[in-house]
Design a protein around this ligand. Structure first.
Ligand SMILES: CC(=O)NCCS(=O)(=O)O
Length: 349
């Protein structure tokens, strides 16, 4: 297979899987999310342009995608560096940084952050959702897209020699577009060549995760080495969740820290609280899926950083792990979710 077999690839080079430690499998350290701006409600236009201030914090937390500056996480490298130092102090070892082409991936910044903080950072190859695809991307064949993704892992991306260690997050909308379907097929082909981990951003519909896995399967992808992100806002019904779990991917709850009344991207969704997320983990464990669960915060806006009154990158380690233990999830199961499952997923085959 590839020269990477048995290794994990970080922005600073290859490491042994045992070096990873506790791992958040879905975060962003620098990105911009302007592609997902939601117009503010009538009367809130002023708030959407105002500087971030304490007195507007609740509005911002409930309307994060309507505030222009909030979408520019790429302006906060110093704050993110401080956060990573705290993450390390709290027992964190690794962050998988899911920023792909379309939302401002910045590999030199990731390398710098890894060097300055001692946190292992793993970068993502490939493309985000259709609205961010360039004309050039849309015109590419599946073969060409595959070559680009393979090269981002083997040689480096964005004109640098900094190599990606996962494919994704690969963005899909609902319904899945033609361009996204080609990227999914290319992802499966690249995974076959490389034996590498894949991570998917499904469209915001309960049918989206199943549909993505079907496309990957048909293209020869290794579903056992693929993560389905954002299950928190995608599948609620227990029966549907188990049906999806049986397809064999990793099951990721990655919006820990997000507690909102209205989910701005889909008003039909009742976004779960962190307590409800823990209950979902417990349900999946009871059903025998403790070897398939991954968790993270998916920080992608400013307001979730501690600098802006948010929960930060250490929330899971400091607050969610004690809650898991208090709800009957064992330390061994917590270690599987934070250490063993990420390690198995991130190791090249
Ligand atoms: C950066 C990103 O794609 N975050 C996911 C946000 S969502 O609300 O779960 O779609």
């Amino acid at each position: 297979m590839s020269e990477l077999r048995g290794k994990v690839q970080t922005v600073l080079g290859q490491i042994e899987p045992d070096q990873l430690g506790r791992t958040m499998t879905h975060e962003h350290l620098t990105m911009s999310f302007e592609c997902s701006h939601v117009p503010p409600a009538p009367g809130d236009e002023g708030l959407s342009l105002a500087p971030i201030e304490m007195k507007h914090l609740h509005w911002l937390q409930q309307n994060p995608y309507s505030h222009h500056e909030n979408l520019l996480l790429n302006q906060e490298l110093e704050a993110v560096k401080e956060e990573l130092l705290c993450y390390r102090k709290a027992g964190g070892g690794t962050i998988v940084e899911n920023t792909t082409t379309g939302i401002n991936r910045n590999l030199p910044a990731l390398k710098q952050l890894a060097k300055e903080t001692g946190v292992h950072v793993i970068a993502g190859a490939g493309y985000y959702v259709d609205v961010t695809h360039s004309e050039e991307t849309r015109k590419m064949t599946v073969e060409k897209l595959t070559d680009v993704i393979v090269s981002e892992v083997l040689h480096g991306a964005d004109g640098t020699d900094i190599r990606c260690g996962v494919i994704g997050e690969i963005g899909t909308s609902w319904p899945i577009t033609e361009s996204e379907k080609k990227v999914l097929q290319a992802t499966a082909h690249a995974q076959t060549r490389l034996g590498c981990p894949v991570i998917i951003h499904p469209g915001r519909d309960n049918k989206a995760p199943v549909e993505v896995i079907r496309i990957l399967q048909e293209a020869g992808g290794d579903i056992s080495k693929t993560v389905m992100s954002h299950l928190d806002r995608s599948i609620y019904d227990h029966g549907e969740l188990l049906e999806f779990a049986r397809m064999g991917s990793y099951l990721e709850y990655d919006l820990f820290g997000t507690e909102v009344l209205n989910y701005q991207f889909n008003r039909n969704v009742d976004m779960p609280s962190d307590s409800q997320r823990v209950q979902s983990l417990k349900f999946l464990i009871q059903e025998g899926y403790e070897d398939r669960i991954l968790i993270a915060h998916d920080i992608h806006t400013k307001h979730r950083l501690t600098k802006y009154g948010g929960h930060g990158f250490s929330h899971i380690l400091k607050n969610i792990v004690p809650k898991m233990l208090s709800r009957g999830i064992t330390q061994n199961q917590v270690d599987k979710i934070l250490i063993e499952n990420p390690k198995r997923w991130l190791t090249f085959k």
